[in-house]
Design a protein around this ligand. Structure first.
Ligand SMILES: CCCCCCCC/C=C\CCCCCCCC(=O)SCCNC(=O)CCNC(=O)[C@H](O)C(C)(C)COP(=O)(O)OP(=O)(O)OC[C@H]1O[C@@H](n2cnc3c(N)ncnc32)[C@H](O)[C@@H]1OP(=O)(O)O
Length: 122
């Protein structure tokens, strides 16, 4: 029962994904229960959104991959209560290794956080 995507996980994020033109996409609005500092989404949960959207880029193409490495740049706080657009795309890779990038965009287009990761097909 995936914490990020299972519709049956009672404490999960219940994310739903689409893949179009090589971009995987989901949306999420953080609430007070997802805060770290007051008014700001917890960084670990931000990383969860980014990790999952990249994993789903693979999964929606029939590839089961595990995160082998991930770097996250937190440039600005992510506010709670606003709809976030979370996207991922492929940046490289060879064989079993997939290199992906993901970002979170605010409604005004600002990108407070982005990530890069390597996934290995299992
Ligand atoms: C009714 C049922 C329906 C089911 C529906 C399901 C719905 C669900 C759908 C979708 C779910 C999506 C959920 C995703 C969740 C988000 C993703 C996560 O959070 S995953 C968890 C966190 N990650 C881990 O726990 C990994 C822990 N690590 C490992 O298990 C291994 O290290 C693993 C698998 C990553 C690699 O292990 P190896 O044994 O397979 O491979 P090796 O031999 O180590 O490496 C292979 C090659 O890759 C290179 N490599 C490995 N890591 C590398 C790295 N970081 N950078 C560059 N190269 C690397 C190595 O040097 C090697 O290269 P050379 O073949 O020797 O040339």
């Amino acid at each position: 029962m995936c914490f990020a995507c299972s519709p049956r996980n009672p404490i999960g994020l219940h994310l739903q994904f689409s893949l179009e033109d090589g971009v995987c996409r989901t949306t999420f609005t953080a609430g007070e229960v997802h805060q770290g500092w007051n008014g700001c989404m917890h960084g670990g949960l931000i990383a969860t959104l980014l990790d999952e959207v990249m994993a789903q880029w693979l999964w929606l193409q029939g590839i089961a991959g595990m995160t082998a490495e991930m770097t996250t740049r937190f440039s600005r706080p992510v506010p709670v209560g606003v709809p976030l657009e979370v996207t991922a795309r492929q940046t490289g890779g060879r064989g079993r290794l997939f290199e992906l990038a993901a970002e979170i965009a605010l409604p005004d287009g600002q990108v407070p956080v982005h990530a890069r990761a390597k996934f290995l097909k299992v």
